[in-house]
Write a protein that binds this ligand. Structure first.
Ligand code: UD2
Length: 325
């Protein structure tokens, strides 16, 4: 086995972030650059935005390439200590509309990344997995030992990536770590696509005084997780000893459930929005409820959410308001 990641990665290391121009990828890049690490990024700019990297553009090595290009991915992995694999085509409804496109990005892309990592001798890969893997089975909070029951293509793809990560840990000794993100939100999340996360979308619409849509009765719940909490989970998982994390899956969440109706009310209060929601039908493949047990990540690498849901919403609205000004 190589030196433990904890020993090696406490020194200046070279990281590859896939999907670096996206919401989570760009936050990770800012955090790693801030602590003086070398950051290389890969993005095809299909959904990512250069503006997300503007203030660190000079400090990172940016490769414009697609995860489905095996040679480009293999080149990007050379000389890298650890990878934060965030590149993906998210959204449950997008995957229902275009299962082939999201399959390619999420499954073929993840496979190429693992092959690139293996050939380049990368030590550790953190993988952005999804809470959607749990599906609509009974039993809350969600614990990593539950059998996944994905419904739409997107959760199937994200879960397939997890299985590949675990396989590469067992077969090739790559230190892969799957972080199951629970509805991450915060500044820089794209607000203007039909596939945008609900909080980013509502904040933009409410601040612009536009109608906003509530799909279903609004009683579906989510464990909304502020971006800074997800970033801290990644940094902790990078530094954790291999025997605590390699080949494992961890929930990354706040450990609190909020309904969409509650979320609407909080955002309306923060933005001064008074219009009623435009109520439309529930989405196909939507999850009723989501709430994580975050004990495993706490035990393995000391993860604890530091920013509450209410504080996260306030920061998100403040950011969006400053952009509009
Ligand atoms: C899933 C995953 C999440 C992440 C994400 C990536 C779950 C529980 N979560 O998020 O972890 O992987 O996929 O895309 O599976 N909605 C409205 N109005 C709108 C937009 C959305 O009412 O304008 C509703 C939507 O029907 C859903 C909820 O808001 O009930 C959340 O939707 P979302 O697209 O923000 O995220 P979700 O839960 O599909």
């Amino acid at each position: 086995m190589p030196k433990s990641a904890a020993a090696r990665l406490t020194f200046v290391a070279t990281y590859l972030i896939t999907g670096i121009a996206g919401f989570v990828g760009s936050h990770l890049a800012h955090a790693l650059v801030a602590r003086g690490d070398h950051v290389r990024g890969l993005d095809n700019f299909s959904t990512g935005r250069r503006a997300n990297l503007a203030s660190i553009a000079e400090k990172i090595d940016l490769i414009t390439a697609d995860l489905t290009d095996p040679e480009a991915v293999e080149r990007a992995c050379k000389g890298v200590d650890a990878i934060l694999h965030q590149g993906a085509l998210p959204s449950v409804p997008r995957s229902i509309k275009d299962p082939r496109g999201s399959h390619r990005a999420n499954i073929d892309g993840t496979f190429n990344l693992l092959e690139g990592a293996r050939h380049a001798g990368v030590q550790r890969v953190l993988y952005a997995a999804s809470s959607s893997a749990y599906g609509n089975q009974p039993g809350f909070p969600r614990v990593e030992t539950m059998l996944p029951q994905p419904i739409a293509p997107y959760p199937v793809q994200k879960l397939t990536g997890e299985l590949y990560m675990q396989s590469y840990a067992r077969v090739y000794g790559l230190e892969t770590v799957c972080l199951r993100y629970f509805n991450i939100f915060g500044p820089r999340q794209a607000p203007d696509s039909p596939y945008s996360g609900v909080i980013a979308k509502w904040v933009r619409q409410m601040l612009a005084g536009e109608d906003a849509t509530l799909e279903g009765d609004g009683e579906q719940g989510r464990d909304f997780t502020y971006i800074a909490n997800a970033v801290s989970a990644n940094l902790l998982a990078l530094a954790a000893p291999a025997d605590k994390v390699a080949g494992r899956v961890f929930n990354v969440a706040s450990g609190q459930r909020s309904s969409l109706n509650e979320t609407w009310a909080l955002l309306a209060g923060l933005t001064g929005y008074t219009r009623p929601p435009q109520r439309v039908e529930r989405r196909a493949g939507d999850i009723d409820n989501s709430l994580a047990d975050i004990g495993a990540a706490g035990e393995a690498f000391g993860y604890q959410p530091r920013v509450s849901f209410a504080e996260g919403l306030a920061r998100t609205v403040e950011y969006a308001r400053a952009l509009q000004a």
